[in-house]
Write a protein that binds this ligand. Structure first.
Ligand code: FAD
Length: 304
């Protein structure tokens, strides 16, 4: 309930505008976001990403944004992603570019998102880079999967995220194994109706592990994207992370010590980095998915 309320606050544009108008509030909240967001600019993401690669991590990079309802802004977002891909390519930074399809047009019309994605996939392919589509709320699952399948006919460097919490996902996964792109498995960040979704529970963890096992047995490229110890204990015990096509993936700023430990144990770890001025919404997502993060946020607000 708490998590749901925070998301409602996050989406309340009046509250957002209020924070942005007050330079003092803006400074305070931004201090808290800094733990999770590399900065406002592309250069911030690229520079932190470069440092992490030097330390032996893999990286994903996202220009933050979602649910864009203005066509011009969708095109600007696509242009920013293209510029990011070019910069990573020019600097030989082996980044995976992550994004929401609703940031580049899905909330206006699927064809716009598809055309923008095709352009990004082409640019990424020319630099030997890959893209990863995030999964959004269940009302968008079908259009997102449809666009993924369509673009996969031309590009194998585009992957897709699946949410273990949705009942439909085992079936979706079995179908998507016939497509070339990498698959990222997450538990799911959206509150969904109980007839289509399993909430956080042992049952959900079992399903998550089942999905991972299906991918591993199929020899399909997979990111195990979770911060959960219980999940990692199991995937390590079962030897899943020792396969060359399997990796762990965690969000920047969350459990960095654990990321380091996995890396030092010789396991492949990808860190998901974000940048952009929409840090406010991203901060609320992080607090909403794990409310104890509010303590670190308050500490950061007071101490910075
Ligand atoms: P949970 O079951 O939520 O938590 C289990 C335990 O993990 C907690 O008790 C705590 O010990 C630890 N933990 C979990 N979260 C945190 C945290 N924020 N800070 C500190 N400790 C924590 N969701 C989508 O719906 N669509 C996406 O496209 C998507 N992409 C993602 C990409 C990556 C790389 C990652 C890591 C997550 C992504 N998510 C996405 C979010 C995901 O669905 C979950 O909401 C999020 O990962 C929390 O679930 P969990 O598996 O970590 O474990």
């Amino acid at each position: 309930q708490f998590s749901h309320s925070l998301k409602s606050i996050a989406r309340n544009l009046k509250f957002k505008a209020y924070i942005q108008q007050s330079s003092e509030l803006n400074r305070i909240f931004k201090g808290a976001a800094k733990r999770f967001v590399t900065g406002d600019y592309r250069e911030d993401g690229v520079s932190v990403g470069n440092q992490l690669i030097q330390k032996g991590y893999r990286i994903s990079l996202e220009f933050i944004g979602e649910n864009t309802i203005n066509k011009e802004e969708c095109l600007q977002a696509k242009d920013e992603f293209i510029a990011l891909i070019k910069e990573c390519g020019d600097r030989r930074l082996n980044a995976r570019i992550s994004f929401d399809l609703s940031h580049i047009g899905l909330s206006i019309e699927p064809e716009l998102a598809y055309q923008n994605l095709m352009e990004m996939a082409k640019e990424a392919q020319s630099h030997g880079l890959s893209l990863m589509i995030s999964m959004e709320e269940s009302a968008k699952t079908d259009p997102i999967l449809a666009i993924y399948k369509k673009v996969s006919a031309d590009y194998s460097n585009v992957g897709i995220t699946l949410q273990a919490q949705l009942h439909r996902t085992v079936e979706d996964l079995n179908e998507l194994l016939h497509y070339p792109g990498a698959i990222r498995i997450v538990k799911g960040a959206y509150q969904e109706p109980s007839d289509i979704c399993t909430p956080r529970s042992e049952k959900l963890d079992q399903r998550y592990l089942e999905l991972v096992e299906i991918c591993v047995k199929a020899g399909h490229q997979i990111s195990i994207a979770s911060h959960d110890n219980a999940i990692y204990e199991q995937v390590i015990e079962r030897g899943f992370l020792r396969h060359p096509y399997v990796e762990a993936e965690m969000l920047y700023g969350i459990r960095p010590e654990y990321c380091k430990k996995l890396k030092e144990d010789g396991l492949p770890v990808r860190v998901y980095l974000t940048y952009g001025v929409e840090w406010y919404l991203y901060l609320c997502h992080r607090i909403a998915e794990y409310p104890p993060n509010i303590y670190s946020a308050i500490t950061d607000m007071i101490c910075r």
